[in-house]
Design a protein around this ligand. Structure first.
Ligand code: BG6
Length: 433
């Protein structure tokens, strides 16, 4: 990669506050060259996310301006031109970014962690979960802890249920081989959705230091009670097995809805519904916090639907609050509406960085806040391993669903059973500019 001007321009150009990140290797001067080794350089992730993120960081001047080396390593056979096998020995610090899958269950993950642990210390290991690099995921703690109005509401007294949803409107497309070994729970729920759950549910950390934040996340994970099979619905879209890399009798779920329960003072009795699916009727990721009904309701709000606080992670990033308001006009009637902070409209001209861009930059800066610590990973696997083993052993079956649908109807039934009340006749439409 080419060079320009002197020294690191990272801090000068940064829009982050200086105190918002820490460096683990305080004694290492941030000069000299930066070497980044991309493992799996011929793969899907490298092509779609890692290399474009590096390129954007470079273009915006966030990479050290004197010299940057990017090495790619891949198992597949690619030419020397594409693959530069030289290992860096250029001084400075070493940080290793590790991407999932971090094993397949608790045991294999722990084994992997021990192996990596023999080579690197925990402050050098950056376990990436790219959902932690998304703008609105990064906003969660600010929303929760910098706004007085949420503090008294954010608990079992007011919140009826929480949904964390990931939907994709395409199938496994060319990734069947990988996907079939893992399935939607390992691919999305055990990591991306669970990380989001931690940020929604955790207590206020002592400070914004990465370790303080991660301590609180671990406590949430340790308070999750074992998953009840009756609160799990698995699905597999029709046509999934047509992929030549997928075995004919695969039971791998491409869809799952499940209820997680957190046994602590704040959340006892509040279902956290995690839902993820491929080949569905829409593409979106969101957090939906549904409040309880108004006690002693005089406006018949109940009929119109409950208050909801929704954080739309993607696409059309937004935070909106569904409310009952007076219908404008002479009549005294009520209607559902929303307070809407749609990013595209509110922050015109502000480019939202790609998650990988932000996380690679964090790695260069030595900020581990948005990375998964070893004990966090372990606790995450502890939650899902028993369920995953039951699925792997064929004790739980995936229900077929039509590609382009909402998924199995049993999932909606589970949602209703868990207490979610769908609002009819109201739909939030992202504003157009
Ligand atoms: C990856 C999963 O971690 O996240 C993919 O392996 C999924 O299956 C992807 O498609 C979704 O990421 P995003 O950022 O597009 O929501």
């Amino acid at each position: 990669m080419g060079t320009s001007q002197s020294q690191w321009s990272v801090e000068k150009r940064s829009s982050f506050r200086n105190d918002s990140f820490s460096r683990e290797d305080e004694n290492v001067p941030e000069t000299g060259c930066l070497s980044i080794i991309v493992l799996g350089a011929s793969g899907d992730l490298a092509k779609k996310k890692t290399f474009p993120a590096l390129f954007h960081l470079y273009r915006q001047g966030f990479l050290p301006s004197n010299e940057v080396h990017i090495f790619g390593y891949a198992r597949s056979k690619i030419s020397d031109d594409d693959l530069r096998k030289r290992l860096p020995n250029l001084g400075g610090w070493t940080r290793i970014v590790v991407e999932k899958p971090f094993g397949k269950d608790l045991e294999s993950s722990e084994k992997l962690s021990s192996q990596i642990g023999e080579l690197f210390d925990e402050p050098q290991i950056y376990r990436i979960d790219h959902y932690l690099g998304k703008e609105l995921v990064q906003n969660l703690l600010v929303l929760r802890f910098a706004n007085r109005m949420f503090l008294p509401l954010w608990n079992r007294d007011n919140i009826d249920n929480v949904q964390i949803v990931f939907r994709e409107d395409f199938g496994t497309e060319g990734r069947g081989g990988y996907f079939d070994e893992y399935g939607i729970i390992r691919d999305i729920i055990q990591n991306h959705l669970l990380q989001v759950l931690c940020l929604v549910a955790m207590e206020k950390p002592v400070s914004l230091k990465p370790e303080h934040i991660r301590d609180e996340k671990v406590k949430v994970l340790q308070s999750v009670v074992p998953i009840n099979d009756d609160e799990v619905v698995l699905g597999q879209y029709e046509g999934y097995r047509d992929d030549p890399t997928v075995p004919d009798h695969s039971n791998t779920p491409t869809f799952a809805t499940m209820v997680l329960r957190i046994h602590n003072e704040r959340w006892e009795g509040v279902p956290f519904i995690l839902k993820a699916g491929k080949a569905l009727n829409s593409r979106k990721a969101e957090i939906r916090i549904q409040f309880k009904e108004v006690p002693g309701d005089i406006y018949k709000c109940q009929k119109q639907g409950r208050n909801e606080f929704v954080i739309r992670l993607q696409p059309s990033e937004a935070i909106y609050m569904k409310l009952t308001v007076k219908q404008p006009g002479l009549e005294m009637s009520t209607v559902q509406s929303e307070l809407d902070l749609s990013y595209r409209q509110r922050y015109q001209g502000v480019a939202i960085p790609e998650a990988y861009e932000r996380l690679i930059l964090d790695t260069i800066r030595g900020d581990q806040q948005h990375f998964v610590r070893r004990d966090e990973l372990r606790a995450a696997w502890e939650i899902f391993t028993p369920l995953l083993h039951r699925i792997d052993n064929g004790e739980m079956k995936s229900i077929p669903y039509q590609p382009g649908s909402r998924g199995p109807k049993e999932a909606d039934e589970l949602l209703a059973k868990a207490g979610y009340v769908q609002t009819h006749g109201y739909i939030w439409i992202p504003p157009t500019l």
